[in-house]
Design a protein around this ligand. Sequence first.
Ligand SMILES: Cc1cc2nc3c(=O)[nH]c(=O)nc-3n(C[C@H](O)[C@H](O)[C@H](O)COP(=O)(O)OP(=O)(O)OC[C@H]3O[C@@H](n4cnc5c(N)ncnc54)[C@H](O)[C@@H]3O)c2cc1C
Length: 399
Amino acid sequence: MTEVNPPSSGRVVIIGGGVAGLEALLALRALAGDRVELTLVTQNDVFVDRPMTVAEPFGLGSAARHSLPELAAESGAEFVQATVVAVDADEHRVSLDAGPNLSYDTLILAPGAQPTAPLPDAITFGVEGSGEAMREMLTRLRRGDARSAAFVAPSMTGWLLPLYELALMTAHDLARNNVEGVHLSLVTSETRPLAVFGEDGSEIVARLLEEEGIEFIGAAGGTQEVMVGVSGESLAGDYLVTLPVLRGPGINGVPGTRDQNFIPVDEYGRVEGLADVHAAGDAANFPVKQGGLAAQQADSVAEYVAASYGANIDPTPFRPSLRGMLFTGEDPLYMRSGVAGADPDTPDAWYPLWWPPTKVAGRYLAPYLFERGDGEGIGGPPVGFIDVDIPLAAVTLPG
Ligand SMILES: Cc1cc2nc3c(=O)[nH]c(=O)nc-3n(C[C@H](O)[C@H](O)[C@H](O)COP(=O)(O)OP(=O)(O)OC[C@H]3O[C@@H](n4cnc5c(N)ncnc54)[C@H](O)[C@@H]3O)c2cc1C
């Protein structure tokens, strides 16, 4: 930090009550104490532990739900339920869809990404109603009314792990119910299963798919076939299951990348061209969209902002480390990748992100939610998961 006489206090407004917004809120309160006056602005008033939603259709667990006004109050933050429609960075002001404008000294944008359904007639897991559609699919497969399902990756970006989880848990569910003869496939433009997790991780996932009888159709197996699968055309099957395609939030006054409108940021989450504005999480332009990474970005932002208000801290730039937990529906299975070739700044045993063992990532958020323990259905992970820990510097990111 180069500022000679930094201000000793200021008003920080955080947009978004998801993983990144809440991690920033908790981290800032912990690091900056009462140097910052905090306001959380978000569209909804409930935080849902989204990664856990994949277990719900299978009856293997349920996503915790937490009241955002309560979470804000516990961090001494003002809570405003509204949608931010514009940012005026020159005036240090945000406009809301309802209510008066808000002024800020520092703005943290964590509004997530906009999901859209990529394939007509597919179940797009993660959009409204998709949990119910999955339950209906399972019922029909169990009864023999449908005989196949293809799990189709919409693109190599985003976060494909839930698609693999859904395929594995479907296979496991059918086996548990003694249903035979259902053809399940996983169609992706990756060359090998969950390629982002590197060779070791990928091998384990490949073995799991094979054991569960799920056909893997990847780019290495024939580009033509994958393209047909990815476009959703003529895949012989009763069901297609896919994930949403993500785009940036598109808030007026906030820059976006040309292709997908994600907010361009540097390693401290500073938004290109806007003074005193940061962004973190799925809304920002890092290509892998994942809760753990969203939290790591939020931590870098919080450290930078805390230091800018005089907190005695040397901010750590965002150095992504990918950590995941894969639900399989089987007995618990852990996996940790080697860290050969990793960025030397990235520790191979990461600090307590992974304890407690929930799917909500975040150095501050995970232990906080676990201790709070009052969310509906909160608990340990459901049966069957693989724990994966990979510094991203060690793997090739999808483009
Ligand atoms: C089915 C599924 C399974 C997943 N599994 C995993 C997993 O196992 N592990 C993992 O790490 N990640 C997983 N992810 C990804 C993870 O959920 C996201 O990466 C993470 O939620 C991103 O956090 P975020 O805070 O950036 O955005 P979000 O969680 O999307 O939060 C955005 C917040 O901003 C609010 N908001 C949006 N626009 C505005 C606006 N204009 N004004 C005010 N508020 C606004 C929203 O209401 C919301 O509160 C999964 C995702 C899905 C869909």
